[in-house]
Design a protein around this ligand. Structure first.
Ligand code: DAH
Length: 360
């Protein structure tokens, strides 16, 4: 077979000059494709004598392998070059300082939860948690709300489905954070000081109610806890939370099954000119329920009421957020409207702390 060297050199040159994968593929087809030059030469082998065929076959196979290898090498060289080119243009200096483009913000509910947590942490309260799907016993019975108690109706409860034939009371979406009191007592015993912020659920919906909302529960148990300490803790909390020098709280007798005595607590405020001012004026705004933990509740939590006593309180986080940040409609909290979130959201880099400032 004549001219094979020239043919080989021709292909090797073309391969060396190929600028992209498409060009390489074109060369591969021209040389090794079904109707490629080398493939056609392979076919000629059939017309040769056996000796000639052996010799020519060897040469052709070697040629084929060489061109194939050259194609592969060039292909990977092209890929490397392409990657280098990308790396050269798409580099990123990870040592540069961050640019606060404010793309995302902290939701007011998260912000207020952080603020409340920081204030109570400063007073020695740990954070406790419980499940949002709660047993009927934890949500009601353990809190001294037996099955026939009228408070059960007032809670507008969402019930979970039970399997057919299962006659146990259905689980509920917790209607308040109070069951976390029971869980915390069971887990840690006395003495204990915890708050429990979290989601709660009730079938209710208007400008100030949503079917899912947020509460924070407080619980302090020790040997000599009294209402006086409850009052001090709540006053300190309100002063810190509303970021004012003076607050005045009004305690009025109330009724909750899980506390005795019970008190509803209101805050002195003024609404003059449509603007809320805390600590002055002649209006009172109710912000929470509280009281001394009922002996039955202590017992349900595994704590001996003869030895220990404590106070508890519960308040709405969303409501605190509306008051502090002047947000008029609760429903907007859960609409995920980006304009609302940008307007009322907080910078992710400002972590609330008592020492460093809560909202500023
Ligand atoms: N669980 C009550 C509610 O959802 C709020 C509450 C009132 C909690 C008094 C307490 C408390 O711990 O002592 O309406």
């Amino acid at each position: 077979m004549d001219g094979l060297d020239a043919l080989k050199q021709g292909y090797l040159n073309r391969i060396a000059e190929a600028g992209d994968e498409a060009a390489l593929e074109e060369i591969r087809l021209a040389a090794l494709g079904k109707k490629g030059e080398i493939s056609l030469k392979m076919r000629e082998l059939g017309r040769m004598s056996p000796e000639e065929r052996t010799a020519a076959g060897k040469v052709l196979n070697a040629l084929k392998d060489e061109i194939d290898a050259a194609l592969r090498a060039k292909k990977s060289a092209l890929a490397d070059a392409a990657l280098d080119a990308r790396l050269a243009t798409e580099w990123l200096d990870v040592t540069l300082p961050g640019r606060p483009r404010r793309q995302g913000t902290i939701h007011p509910v998260s912000q207020v939860t952080e603020e409340v947590t920081a204030i109570f942490a400063d007073m020695g309260f740990a954070v406790a948690e419980g499940p949002q799907i709660e047993s009927d016993w934890m949500n009601f019975d353990a809190l001294n709300i037996p099955p026939e108690h009228p408070a059960r109706q007032e809670h507008d409860t969402f019930f979970m489905a039970r399997a057919e034939g299962d006659n146990r009371p259905p689980h509920v979406l917790r209607t308040h954070t109070s069951p976390v009191q029971i869980r915390a007592m069971m887990a840690a015993g006395a003495p204990i000081r915890v708050i429990a912020p979290g989601r709660v659920y009730r079938m209710d919906m208007d400008q100030t109610h949503a079917p899912m909302f947020h509460q924070v529960e407080g619980l302090a148990i020790d040997r000599d806890i009294s209402m006086a300490q409850l009052k001090w803790v709540l006053e300190e909390f309100c002063r810190a939370f509303f970021e004012v020098d003076e607050v005045e709280l009004r305690f009025r007798a109330s009724h909750f099954p899980f506390t005795d005595p019970s008190a509803e607590v209101a805050l002195r405020c003024s609404w003059e000119g449509g603007q809320l001012k805390i600590g002055e004026g002649n209006s009172w705004m109710e912000i929470l329920g509280s009281g001394m933990v009922h002996p039955k509740v202590l017992a349900a939590g595994g704590i001996d009421p003869a030895e220990w006593q404590g106070f508890a309180f519960g308040m709405g986080i969303d409501r605190l957020a509306m008051l502090k940040y002047g947000i008029p409609d609760l429903r907007a909290f859960f609409d995920s409207d980006l304009r609302w979130l940008r307007h009322y959201g907080f910078s992710a880099l400002d972590v609330p702390s008592v020492a460093g400032g809560l909202s500023k």
